[in-house]
Design a protein around this ligand. Structure first.
Ligand code: OOB
Length: 548
């Protein structure tokens, strides 16, 4: 009997031949792969500690053995190389083992955050054409097995569910095993290694295909810029599935260097400070509100934080005053990180003068990153003038997976990614983020699409119209505010918030504030774009008229 034909869309990320040749010749793309480097480290650094979290302390040899066991078990369960697998795990060693196992089996991880719920996970599964889902029995207070059941009901193509912990009717990750001799060889370095999730400025999140060559380059080069070596200990304080703690230089950078990865169960000082002291952590990545929290808590903590050499802050704008507070409070080197899951990452350098570290978001990783700052017509603007940031380079994608409309919008004809960020470039080549051109809310580093939330609000029977905007917030940087024109009966704000939550969305997407208005009251004549409308409402809010 012949196998049914695979009708799934192929995963690929294609750079034009001349760029491929250039990136190889420059030594950026070296033909390394995830399983290739992980196997190598397991041999060379066999007895060094690789991953620490909860009660687990795995050496490099143990991590690799665990990855091979799970990989063989996944293939024995009926998955085949090329299958996509949605992974939703918290900051636990199993997350690292599962991802390494998927690479080893040539399965393709699709990263969901622990905060995501059914609507989002189902969207990732459908869009990626996933055949399996890996989750924890529970994380924090949520039981992911209920999500798994709903997911299989909604997306039957997800035939397999693997659970860390008590699996109930599903397969237990711990019990997986299979024939290691049946594991495939190493993949093509230019093939897609995984799908990352975009922040999603218009509507639903897009899937970002990253290749072995491009991603490994990004964290190998980040290691050099961030001072990560074999003697480093990197703390994962943000959710591990985020691109920042994953690869800038993140836990993959640390594993590449033979360093130690320490997983913090939560981002706050309570969870992280004892780990820093115990494991002599040298580097950590934080979002601005957390960095400020840490800076304040450091003054009072009994824990010894003296091992910390570099505190990285990124994901959202760190204003100069906050940057100074972080430096003073934590007493170590601050590194600003301005990056995106689509690729381009900028860093202030460890030896930059304080003025640059405080006032800029740094410069690109690679000499082959091509960064353009352009006006609304696409023409370059001079240094010091705000414009749209476009990026192209050896680790910036050329296309999203399976999303022709987003690709047409998000990339120029000559392959630049339109970041949606408004920046200025200084004479020294550093970037200063000024804002953005797209309507998303950057809530403490979590990106929320205004359009996505408006769609959910509009589905409520008592909502006539809704517009979601970002407003400044002392702690979060930005919070979300929904302007709602009620229908015949006015719902209570709490009801609308519960409604959004009940639509199967991450808690961080629930509007922080709801303001009822009779009309949007646009002053412009004729049709007003949603963008313009949101801008007007935001102005009204900020001028105090709606700040109820
Ligand atoms: C990181 O990645 P994403 O994909 O969650 O979000 C990217 C967007 C950027 O386009 C920008 O709007 C914003 O987040 N952003 C910043 C920033 N870092 C990111 N805005 C101002 N200042 C910064 N330092 O957030 C991400 C990925 C890799 C490394 C670091 C952050």
């Amino acid at each position: 009997m012949s196998e049914p034909a695979d009708t799934r869309l192929p995963l690929r990320q294609v750079w034009p031949d001349d760029f491929v040749a250039r990136y190889r010749a420059a030594g950026h793309w070296r033909g390394e792969t995830f399983p290739g480097f992980l196997r190598d480290r397991a041999q060379r650094f066999a007895d060094d500690v690789a991953v620490v979290g909860g009660d687990v302390r795995w050496t490099y040899a143990q991590l690799w053995a665990e990855a091979e066991r799970i990989a063989a078990g996944l293939l024995a369960s009926g998955l085949a190389p090329g299958d996509r697998v949605v992974v939703q795990l918290g900051n636990v060693p199993a997350f690292v083992a599962v991802v390494c196992a998927l690479f080893r089996a040539q399965l393709v991880p699709v990263y969901a955050l622990p905060a995501h719920r059914l609507t989002e996970v189902a969207h990732f599964a459908r869009r990626a054409e996933a055949g399996a889902y890996v989750c924890a029995e529970r994380y924090e207070t949520f039981d992911y097995r209920t999500l798994a059941r709903d997911l299989q009901a909604e997306v039957p193509a997800v035939r397999h569910v693997f659970v860390v912990g008590d699996a109930q009717e599903f397969a237990a990750l711990d019990a997986l095993d299979g024939d290691r001799g049946a594991l495939p060889g190493d993949p093509d370095p230019q093939s897609v290694a995984f799908l990352q999730i975009s922040g999603g400025s218009t509507g639903l999140s897009k899937l970002i295909p990253r290749t072995h060559d491009d991603y490994i380059y990004s964290f190998r080069a980040s290691n050099a810029i961030c001072g990560i070596g074999r003697d480093s200990a990197y703390l994962v304080a943000l959710p591990a599935a985020h691109n920042f703690p994953m690869s800038s230089p993140g836990f993959f950078g640390a594993l590449y260097a033979g360093a130690r990865v320490v997983l913090s169960p939560g981002p706050g000082p309570d969870a992280a400070f004892p780990l820093i002291a115990r494991e002599r952590v040298t580097c950590v990545g934080l979002v601005p509100p957390l960095a400020l929290l840490w800076a304040d808590a450091a003054a009072k903590t009994p824990h010894d934080l003296s091992s910390l050499r570099v505190v990285q802050v990124g994901g959202a704008k760190l204003v100069p005053e906050a940057a100074r507070r972080v430096i003073a409070g934590l007493g170590c080197t601050l590194q600003q990180v301005f990056g995106m899951a689509e690729g381009l990452v900028n860093y202030t350098r460890l030896d930059d003068p304080e003025d640059i570290v405080v006032h800029t978001q740094g410069r690109p990783i690679s000499p082959d990153d091509e960064v353009l700052v352009v006006d609304d017509h696409g023409d370059p603007v001079p240094d010091g003038v705000t414009g749209h940031l476009l990026a192209r380079g050896p680790y910036t994608i050329r296309a999203y997976h399976n999303d022709a409309a987003a690709n047409a919008r998000s990339f120029t004809n000559d392959g630049y990614y339109r970041t949606g960020d408004m920046v200025q470039r200084t004479a020294g080549g550093d970037l200063v983020v000024q804002g953005r051109a797209t309507d998303h809310i950057n809530r403490a580093g979590e990106k929320i699409s205004a359009e996505e939330i408006e769609d959910h609000l509009l589905a409520h029977p008592q909502v006539f119209d809704a517009a979601v905007v970002s407003v400044p917030d002392d702690f979060l940087g930005e919070r979300s505010c929904a302007f709602v024109i009620p229908g015949d009966a006015k719902p209570r704000p709490a009801e609308l918030k519960a409604w959004v939550r009940g639509r199967g969305l991450a808690a961080f997407k629930v509007p922080d504030q709801i303001v009822f208005v009779d009309a949007f009251g646009t002053t412009a004549v004729g049709k007003v774009s949603r963008r313009e409308l949101r801008a007007q409402l935001r102005e009204r809010f900020l001028s105090g008229q709606e700040a109820s």
